[in-house]
Unconditional design. Structure first.
Length: 132
């Protein structure tokens, strides 16, 4: 944990106009504090839990979200898990539910998010994610 190796990136979804703050490492509280500051609301207390590898926060009805990933052990599984929470929120704000007709939209959104974040965090190079 700690601040060592903490990284923050901002990802803007160009279609649904949702801003995501992604923080890898550091405390969940530091991530929430930064998120609250960015969206202009009072911060709130979160319980630190060493067993939690990732968390997603939104602040309804604002078009923004926070993905916090543990600096110790969070990987692609955790990232995908938190991205799906983010996508569910994004789609809910647009009244789009997962169905046979919208499944591909959810899948493309997940692919885009995981690619963008994993590149932004330096987990993979751009050339590797473009082959999908």
């Amino acid at each position: 944990g700690g601040r060592h190796g903490m990284k923050r990136i901002v990802l803007t979804d160009p279609i649904f106009q949702i801003d995501y703050l992604i923080q890898r490492g550091g405390s969940r509280q530091s991530a929430v504090n930064e998120f609250a500051k960015r969206i202009g609301v009072e911060t709130w207390a979160v319980e630190e839990n060493p067993h939690v590898m990732g968390t997603y926060y939104s602040y309804e009805p604002l078009p923004s979200g926070l993905i916090w990933l543990s600096g110790d052990g969070a990987g692609f599984g955790t990232l995908s898990h938190e991205c799906l929470h983010a996508i569910h929120y994004a789609m809910k704000t647009k009244r789009i539910t997962l169905s046979d007709e919208t499944e591909e939209l959810f899948c493309y959104y997940l692919q885009w998010m995981v690619n963008e974040i994993s590149q932004g965090l330096g987990w993979v190079s751009k050339s590797r994610t473009q082959k999908s």
